[in-house]
Design a protein around this ligand. Structure first.
Ligand code: DMJ
Length: 494
């Protein structure tokens, strides 16, 4: 592991707390006007903690209180959507207008599909029925619309499968299958098996041969489950062929590029960006597919490729673990020392893959970012710990990793980080019409945007709810969630 030099900083809160958990539990809230640089501890290893934080946080409310708060906020956002944009993909909660996610002029009721299993977990059974009725009556898998295959798989196919498992309605499985059949040409018409990026659902016409790795790999959980539920192997086979096509083109260092050409099989670039987008869930679905389907090949690939990422890309900066972009042929650092907030999911994935030490360390790295800003910005320069993209798209990844790590360890520290993240979102991004993205989170008077992304209904508060409610509707021992937070196994009726 290499060290990235970090400019010297002025410590804000005095001396470092003891262990990592102690430091996180004692961490003080940061606001933009107090967000002077925080000393980030040793530069010699990942054992460095969220250093220098001695101020005390207020005690956490009870789990039951937090669960009630979480549900109330979910329903606040849900009312914002249903009152303004019911039947449309997404709500713009400030202007009280609507947004088509996949294709202008076409709606798939995306927020409805995204919300169903969350509503079920929260015991909102009448809303589940209303959503499923809407899907049965209106969702058209043969719309004359060109959709991005990756997004349609993780959001719509995954959402329909989770809705089927939550509600028990066979019609939703049939709808998931119809949709998957219309997405399959993106895989089956590709000479390499690496999917084209877009397909027209009605005509089957494909477009987009430059495929990023997340687009190439992120179907195994949905398609694998669909094959299992229907007995039709075509979906699983398509996903496996795509994975094999990419992984067989890895470098001698077991690293991958970022974008690959679906027709020629040639790499479009030489930069390995893992675990950042647009690579992120390529790795996630090797582990998730292996766990969901009991497929040893997928698990072995996960360990092979993730081992290489840890060996070649991990760096310490200010005592924190980060991942640097490298040339996948040589392992040499390329590009800027930047990390996307979307990569923060990787902490939980590392833990699930058996590497709790690095998983916990990487979650601490992102907690150190949360020490500096009112909420997490989209992109940080980890050598200076400054925001590069200052916006917030209401992302769920940090809460996702808190959930994964809490589930694996039972550590109170992950309840604390999850609650802190929740409070930041509730304080800063709540508007009368729901929740919204923000243009700049680095200033106290945060500039707000005007969109509740549909994934907010699938992910953000589901992770919090699962941590704090201990609902009997989820199997905490064996349940598995997709990259979009869909419960693809372990969801239970009342
Ligand atoms: C979600 O759509 C999924 O988590 C996806 O894998 C990438 N991240 C977005 C939300 O940030």
């Amino acid at each position: 592991m290499q060290t990235v030099s970090t400019p010297s900083r002025r410590a804000l809160f005095g001396t470092a707390a003891g262990g990592a958990a102690a430091a996180l539990l004692a961490a003080a809230p940061a606001s933009a006007t107090t967000a002077a640089p925080v000393r980030t501890g040793s530069t010699t290893g990942i054992a460095g903690t969220v250093g220098g934080l001695t101020a005390r946080r207020p005690a956490m409310p009870s789990d039951a209180t937090v669960a009630a708060q979480v549900k109330a906020e979910f329903l606040h956002g849900w009312r914002g959507y249903t009152s303004t944009a019911w039947g449309y993909d997404e709500v713009r909660p400030v202007s009280r207008t609507r947004h088509d996610f996949f294709a202008p002029g076409h709606t798939f009721g995306l927020s409805i599909v995204e919300a169903v299993d969350t509503l079920h977990l929260m015991g909102e059974d009448a809303e589940v029925t209303r959503c499923c009725d809407w899907i049965d009556a209106h969702l058209d898998p043969a719309a004359n619309a060109e959709v991005q295959v990756f997004e349609a798989v993780i959001r719509l196919v995954g959402g329909l499968l989770a809705a089927h498992l939550a509600s028990g309605r066979p019609s939703l499985l049939a709808r998931a299958r119809e949709l998957a059949d219309r997405l399959l040409p993106a895989y089956t018409s590709s000479p390499t098996g690496i999917p084209y990026t877009h397909v027209n659902l009605r005509s089957g016409a494909v477009r987009g041969a430059q495929t990023a790795l997340a687009e190439a790999g992120t179907s195994m959980m949905e398609f694998g489950l669909l094959s299992r539920l229907t007995g039709d192997p075509r979906y699983y086979d398509a996903s496996l062929r795509a994975y094999r096509a990419v992984i067989s083109r890895r470098s001698s260092l077991d690293l991958l590029g970022t974008t690959i050409h679906a027709e020629t099989g040639r790499w479009v670039d030489v930069a390995d960006n893992a675990p950042n987008p647009p690579v992120d869930s390529f790795y996630e679905y090797l582990w998730g597919g292996g766990a969901l389907l009991g497929d040893r090949q997928l698990t072995d690939w996960y360990h092979l490729l993730t081992g290489a990422v840890l060996r070649r890309q991990s760096v310490t900066s200010g005592g924190h673990l980060w991942f640097h972009q490298v040339d996948f042929r040589t392992g040499r650092h390329t590009g800027a020392p930047q990390q996307s907030e979307l990569a923060s999911f990787f902490a939980g994935l590392l833990g699930k893959g058996g590497d709790l030490r690095h998983g916990a360390a990487y979650h601490r790295s992102w907690t150190a970012v949360l020490d500096r800003y009112p909420t997490l910005p989209e992109t940080v320069d980890f050598s200076t710990m400054t925001a590069v993209d200052r916006g917030s798209q209401l992302r769920p990844e940090y809460a996702n990793s808190a959930f994964d790590l809490w589930r694996l360890t039972g550590g109170a520290v992950y309840k604390q980080t999850a609650y802190r993240w929740f409070e930041a979102m509730r304080t800063r991004q709540r508007v009368p019409g729901g929740y919204t993205v923000a243009g700049d989170v680095t200033v106290r008077g945060m500039r707000l945007g005007d969109l509740t992304p549909a994934y907010w209904f699938a992910e953000n508060l589901k992770y919090l709810w699962l941590i704090f409610s201990r609902t009997s509707r989820f199997d905490y021992r064996s349940g598995l969630l997709s990259t979009e937070g869909k419960v693809l196994s372990g969801i239970r009726p009342d």
